[in-house]
Each structure stands twice: as structure tokens, then as C-alpha cells.
Design a protein around this ligand. Structure first.
Ligand SMILES: C[S@@+](CC[C@H](N)C(=O)[O-])C[C@H]1O[C@@H](n2cnc3c(N)ncnc32)[C@H](O)[C@@H]1O
Length: 299
């Protein structure tokens, strides 16, 4: 088990009003629309089991309808509660409170994964990507969105001497605590090192500028963005990528026992509303239909 010092910092959304304070009625219909357009271009048509990492309140979960099962992971229990209200407890949707750096899944349990608007909160990208790779089968599809360091506004600000950090260099920039922008070349390399091959990359959100959004209708902007996404001009604030898991991994797509101990990878046994590791005795609770791997239960 990693020591507290060994754990990367987490951007904690517990109790946050992300849905109402960032999305609903907050002038971001355009961003929501263009992200869905990009996502639809990259997702497999159907599949067995999709892992949505950093699902938040489930804003995009409806896009994964064509999968037999969707597992929503988020560090915030309260965000998952919102998602649960929307998508219910039928068994198609599974809710897991867990840290993306320590996922509690049997290797090779998913044939697809998504991570949208999440990696920009992660200081340890290789570790996070490694966890996704482990959860996927060989040839599994991973749709990753990241915040682009080399976006047009940053290039202009830098050229005018109004921004200190250099958008051309490859290292990630933490412009606000736990908010990172990444260079496209850096992200391609990080994905490759983690065992992914990038198959497609789409620039998204060409018109994320208030002066434009307030003057032109969302329909027009979204349609235009959808066309511009095909140009490959990676100067937008957001980039969506489709990656395929390379190398050899186990295939546990048909298993119904998704969970292993995030501490040692051992199988867990279910005892009522508790999952227990037989070797160490460590237990994790299932609370209100949400598997809670944020912290084990006290002895
Ligand atoms: C900006 S929100 C995006 C939510 C959703 N993907 C969307 O696009 O609407 C980021 C989400 O990532 C989650 N998150 C951040 N760090 C995490 C971590 N280490 N493990 C799991 N979830 C994390 C937060 O709790 C939050 O719900």
C-alpha cells in the first residue's frame, strides 16, 4: 500500500456543485455539444463493458448507452450520487468511488474506457494511464480528452509577452493548482509509454471565446466546430483522442466479479454490503449502491 507521501495529490470534488456551478445554465452548451460530437466520432459502435473514469455527475454517461455495462468511477461520492439519480441502479450502470491512481478492477475487465475533462487534474499522468491500460483488454479502446497547452489563446498571449509559460515546450504546465495543460506531443508519448497506440486525435472547442459564443448561436458554432474538428488543427483548448491498448493482457470481459483489492490485486469476497480481501482482511463498503474504495473500513 503506498504511503500518504507516495500518493499523487487529488483534485477533490466531494460535495462540489460542479453540475450547477459549471454546466447547467452557465453558458457552456456549446462546449457540451462539441464534446459529444467528438466523442461520437471516436467511440466504438458498441461493446461489452466501458469504464468511465472521472465520470462526475454523469454528464456524458448517456453517450455510452450502446455498451452492455458502464462502470462509473469517480473520487467524489457526491458526484456519483447525482449520476445514480440519473441512470438508476438497474445493474447496467455500476458506481465506484475510487482513486484513478489505484483502480480496484481485475486486469482486462473492460473493452473500452473514457476519461474526459479529468486528466487535466492529474499530476502523475504515467501512473493514471498505466491504470487504464491495466483495466483494458488487448485492443481495448481508450478515448482520452486532455487540455491542450498549445491552444491559440496561449500562443497569442505568449507571443505578446502576457504569459510566462511557454506553450511550445513539451512539459505539462500547472497553471492553477491541480490544473494542467499538456502538449500534444507529450501526450502522444505518454500514451505510447503506457501501452497505447494513438489512432486518432481531434481538436475540439474552436470557439471557446465568450465574445463569439454570446454573438453566434450554439447550433451554428457546434456545427462549424464539428467540421473544423476534421482539419487536424491542434490549436484548440481541448483535444479528444482514440487510443488502442497494445501488448498482451488477460481477458476477463465475461467475468461478473469486477473487483480486486486496490492494495494487492487479490480477489475480493462479498459479504453483504462489504467486499473483503481474504488474505489481509481489509474490507471496503458498498454504501447506497456505490462501491466505496476511497478508504477501507476500520477493523
Ligand atoms: C471536471 S470533472 C469532469 C467530469 C466528467 N468527466 C465531465 O466531463 O463532465 C473532473 C472529475 O474527475 C474526478 N477526479 C479527479 N481526480 C480524480 C482521481 N484521482 N480519481 C478519480 N476521480 C477523479 C473529480 O471528482 C471530478 O468529478
Amino acid at each position: 500500500m503506498p504511503t500518504p507521501d507516495d500518493r499523487p495529490r487529488i483534485c477533490d470534488y466531494e460535495g462540489s456543485q460542479y453540475r450547477t456551478e459549471f454546466w447547467e445554465g452557465k453558458g457552456r452548451d456549446y462546449e457540451d455539444r462539441v464534446e459529444r460530437i467528438a466523442l461520437r466520432k471516436l467511440l466504438p459502435e458498441k461493446g461489452k463493458r466501458l469504464l468511465e473514469i472521472g465520470a462526475g455527475f454523469g454528464r456524458l454517461t448517456g453517450e455510452y448507452e450502446a455498451f452492455d455495462q458502464v462502470v462509473l468511477v469517480d473520487y467524489s461520492f457526491s458526484q456519483l450520487r447525482y449520476a445514480q439519480e440519473m441512470y438508476g441502479t438497474s445493474g447496467k450502470y455500476i458506481y465506484v468511488a475510487a482513486d484513478a491512481y489505484h483502480l480496484p478492477f481485475r486486469p482486462g475487465t473492460f473493452d473500452a474506457a473514457t476519461m474526459i475533462r479529468v486528466i487535466h487534474h492529474m499530476s502523475d499522468v504515467p501512473r493514471a494511464l498505466g491504470q487504464v491500460r491495466k483495466a483494458l483488454v488487448t485492443n481495448g479502446v481508450f478515448v482520452l480528452e486532455y487540455a491542450n497547452k498549445r491552444h491559440a489563446k496561449a500562443l497569442i498571449r505568449y507571443a505578446m509577452g502576457k504569459q510566462e509559460w511557454n506553450p511550445h515546450t513539451l512539459e505539462p504546465v500547472e497553471f492553477v493548482e491541480l490544473n494542467f495543460d499538456y502538449h500534444p506531443v507529450y501526450m502522444r508519448g505518454a500514451l505510447q509509454n503506457a501501452g497505447f497506440q494513438m489512432k486518432r486525435s481531434i481538436p475540439v472547442s474552436f470557439f471557446r471565446i465568450d465574445a463569439i459564443k454570446s454573438r453566434v448561436s450554439t447550433d451554428v458554432l457546434a456545427n462549424l466546430d464539428g467540421l473544423l474538428q476534421m482539419t487536424g488543427l491542434h490549436y484548440t483548448p481541448s483535444v479528444f483522442t482514440r487510443n488502442v491498448a497494445t501488448g498482451v493482457s488477460s481477458n476477463n470481459l465475461t467475468t461478473e466479479n469486477l473487483f480486486v483489492s486496490p492494495e494487492n490485486g487479490d480477489e475480493l469476497v462479498r459479504e453483504g454490503d462489504v467486499l473483503r480481501c481474504p488474505r489481509t482482511g481489509t474490507r471496503w463498503a458498498i454504501r447506497e449502491g456505490i462501491y466505496d474504495f476511497k478508504a477501507p473500513l476500520d477493523e
